[in-house]
Structure formats: C-alpha cells, structure tokens
Design a protein around this ligand. Structure first.
Ligand code: SAM
Length: 291
C-alpha cells in the first residue's frame, strides 16, 4: 500500500466519491484531491459547498448536471487541453452511479486524457454489505420505473433471475413497488430495504416480502428518506429444475460433449425436461466462456 501524499496529475479528470449521508465517510485521499485540483465539477454546487465548507476546501466549482452535461463536457475537454486538473463529484456517493458523469467520462476518455477514480461511498454497495442477501452475483438496475405499467414489466423482466436484484427507489413509490413485486414474485421471496444509510435514522430490514410490507405499514416513517431495495434471487434449482449435483455434472459434461448431448444425458438421469436442461446448459456455457 502506498500512502505517500500524491502529486495532483494535470491534465486529468478525477472521479471522486463523496459521502451518502455521514460527512465523515470521505477518504483522506478524496479530500487531498478536492483541495488540490484546479476545478471541481459538481452536480449541484450549492449542495456540494456544504461538504467542501465542512472540510475547509475553497476550490472553485462549476455545475455539471443532466441538462448541461454535453455542453459542459466540451468546455471541460478544452480546459483539460489547457492542462488543468478537474475533479467530478455528484450530490452523494459515486458519480455516474445513477448520477451524471457518463457522457463526460466517455468523452474525456475518447479525447485521450487520464481519468483517475477515487473510490468511496456508494449506496448499492453499502446496502449489499449489510442486507444479508447473497452478494456473489448481483444485478444493479438503477431506479425502478416511475409509472406502474413499466414498473410491472420491470419486475417481470427480473423475476426469474438467480442474482440478487438491487434498485434505487423513491420513498413515494416504495409501498406500490412492494405490492407490485408481490404480484409478480409472490410473498415469500426475501427482500431487504436499506433506508437512510449512514444517517441518524438508518434502518436495514430483511424479511419475506409480504411480511416486510406489513412491517413497513406498521411504521409509516419507514416510507420516508432515501431507499435501496434488494430482492433475493430465485434458487438455482428453481431456475433450471436441477439440484446442485446435476448442475455440477452438466457443467462438467458441456466441456466434454456437444451441448445438446450433455443436456440429453442430464435430462435422462435427472427427470428434468430436456429443453429446460438445454437452456441451463447454454447459460452455463456462457458463464464458462466469460470467465
Ligand atoms: N451516486 C449515488 C451512489 O453512489 O449511490 C446514487 C445517486 S441516486 C441519484 C440517489 C439514490 O440513491 C437515492 O434516491 C436512493 O435510492 C439511493 N441512496 C443514496 N443515498 C442513500 C442513503 N444514504 N441511503 C439509502 N439510499 C441511498
């Protein structure tokens, strides 16, 4: 580990994570960078001045938000061409994660400048670290859609996956979302809500979704604040119909036989329909080829 105070690189764009609630959740390195760069690019300069004032940082700021990102990106690339160092921050957490910055980062990369990430708080990861749902594979899908029709389709689309599903939710929609979720996946699947993380009223609850909804309704305060929802995935057996041993056998056989033949053998000894085993074999093949 290298903890020597680093020189600020110029030209470069630093992508700096800031706290998601508790102002102490910012690294020494992030503070050093924010103090040392020529310019800070903030989603909302008034909002970020609270953080900067708290740490006595007087670096000049300009705003970069979803409505001016294209124009700002062009201006900022010109500033990088002049040789300055810039830090990008958002209102909370890691920029680009359901926050502006993607356009800027992709264009700065295309223009050939160095981009240096300064890691820190992020609500998805903070929620996963404490919710008690599997974290080996998860799927983060940003905010759930605000209208009920698209939201139902959204739940249907992700209802059969084995990974933990994580999404950001508005407190106004949480109740409707949990009801919609129950309609699609039933009431038994474990679901967690992580609310007001790192703040005074932090609450992290995990229960079968129907019980969770009842617990929340009994304490309406829980429908306020900032919220991350995490939905446990379906078990592997529910997805493919195969138990763990059969899955292992199928994973081995696809290395030795054509996929159709491997699926045929496993279907014969497991009593699971061949078509279903074949689909699983294809998925396993894809996972194998990606790793
Ligand atoms: N960039 C941020 C990050 O790294 O997590 C996310 C920004 S997104 C615009 C804001 C949403 O993130 C909130 O509506 C909420 O769903 C979630 N979030 C942010 N801070 C949170 C917190 N302290 N507790 C729970 N959820 C939070």
């Amino acid at each position: 580990m290298d903890s020597v105070v680093e020189q600020i690189v110029a030209p470069a764009l630093y992508v700096v994570a800031t706290p998601i609630g508790n102002l102490s959740d910012i690294s020494q390195r992030a503070l050093h960078i924010l103090r040392g760069v020529d310019l800070i690019d903030a989603e909302d300069t008034r909002h970020s001045s609270r953080l900067l004032d708290h740490y006595g940082i007087g670096t000049s700021m300009i705003s970069l938000h979803e409505h001016n990102e294209q124009q700002r990106s062009e201006e900022l690339i010109e500033r990088l061409q002049q040789g300055i160092s810039i830090a990008l921050i958002s209102d909370a957490g890691t920029p680009l994660i359901s926050d502006p910055g993607y356009l800027l980062v992709s264009q700065v990369r295309k223009a050939g400048f160095r981009i240096i990430p300064i890691p820190g708080a992020c609500a998805v990861i903070t929620a996963l670290s404490a919710a008690g749902l599997p974290t080996d594979h998860f799927l983060f899908v940003g905010f759930s859609p605000s209208k009920s029709g698209p939201r139902k389709k959204f739940f249907q689309r992700y209802s059969q996956q084995a990974e933990t599903l994580v999404f950001y939710e508005s407190p106004k929609r949480l109740q409707a979302s949990l009801r919609g979720l129950i309609e699609v996946i039933g009431g038994d699947r474990p679901v967690a809500i992580a609310r007001e993380l790192t703040k005074m009223h932090e609450t992290i609850l995990q229960q079968p979704v129907a019980e969770l909804l009842e617990s929340l309704q009994a304490d309406p305060v829980q429908f306020r604040g900032e919220i991350v929802v995490l939905v446990g995935g379906v078990s592997r057996q529910e997805v493919s119909g195969l138990d763990e041993k059969m899955e292992q056998l199928l994973a081995l056989l696809i290395n030795e036989l054509p996929v159709t033949r491997a699926a045929q053998v496993v279907a014969q000894i497991s009593d699971v329909p061949k078509r279903q085993v074949y689909q699983r074999a294809l998925a396993l093949q894809e996972i194998r080829d990606q790793s």
